[in-house]
Design a protein around this ligand. Structure first.
Ligand code: PGA
Length: 258
């Protein structure tokens, strides 16, 4: 098995106040000494990517986008291509987040096209999958996620592909699956990925957990060998809580938890 480098990614969603660049500056400073062991990624709104890039230049902290169009250019009002995100400073892009699947009716097929486009532009795609509460209660969680993986990930896995397992019912709710449920799902997700893209690609792909990751549950979740990191929403908006989550990774225990 490949040793996969852990990743902690912050998804800022549609949040960036007037002090947003100051927060990024603070985060870059705090995360830089931790980035030897763990990839730290901040995904702010695209409007501040270029400004943020001037703060991450020469630093190990990376930037990502939250969505991209599947085409490279054209009459698509309000959209951004993967190349544009990359030019603005992104090295990765979150795709198929459940909020986009719900608010913008994004299908698995569209997510797959976006994932391929991101890969072609040299962005690492972070493909999100996850079941609803009704699907979990019906015993369909693993089948749902496996089907999403099959349909959302191109057969030829793009370079740097990351998968994020985010149960829809855990996003922004303070609820999380049990550790046993996370283990079982991450194993099932890797198997589905192996069926789709081959064993080597599946082995190399980081699978993050996302959904109400907080400083107080991060250590338990991040210490699971099946979990290669976290995709963090609300708790990534403030330096203190994001830093506490990164520091909770077992690779960084020497940095203490304060
Ligand atoms: P949350 O969001 O950490 O606020 O639950 C996670 C996500 O949506 O990526």
């Amino acid at each position: 098995m490949t040793a996969r480098r852990p990743m902690i990614a912050g998804n800022w969603k549609m949040n960036a106040g007037p002090d947003a660049l100051h927060v990024i500056e603070e985060m870059v400073e705090a995360l830089t000494p931790l980035s030897d062991q763990v990839d730290c990624l901040i995904c702010p709104p695209a409007t501040i990517l270029a400004g943020a890039r001037s703060l991450t230049k020469g630093k190990p902290v990376r930037l990502g986008g939250q969505d991209c169009h599947h085409k490279t250019s054209g009459p698509h009002t309000g959209c951004l291509s993967a190349d544009m995100l990359r030019a603005a400073g992104a090295e990765a892009v979150i795709l198929g987040h459940s909020e986009r699947r719900t608010d913008h009716a994004e299908s698995d097929a569209l997510v797959q096209a976006k994932t391929a486009a991101a890969g072609e532009a040299g962005l690492a795609p972070i493909v999100c999958v996850g079941e609803t509460l009704a699907q979990r209660q019906a015993g369909q969680a693993e089948a749902t996620v496996a089907a999403q993986i099959t349909a959302s990930v191109p057969e030829r896995a793009p370079e740097g592909l990351v998968l994020a397992y985010e149960p829809v019912w855990a996003i922004g709710t303070g609820l999380t699956p049990s550790l046993e449920e996370i283990i079982a799902m991450h194993r099932a997700a890797r198997q589905a990925l192996a069926r789709r893209c081959g064993a080597a690609a599946a082995d190399a792909t980081r699978i993050l957990y996302g959904g109400s990751v907080k400083p107080d549950n991060a250590a338990a979740i991040l210490s699971l060998p099946e979990v290669d990191g976290a995709l963090v929403g609300g708790a990534s908006l403030e330096t203190k809580s994001f830093l506490a989550i990164v520091r909770a990774h077992p690779m960084l225990s020497r940095f203490g938890s304060a």
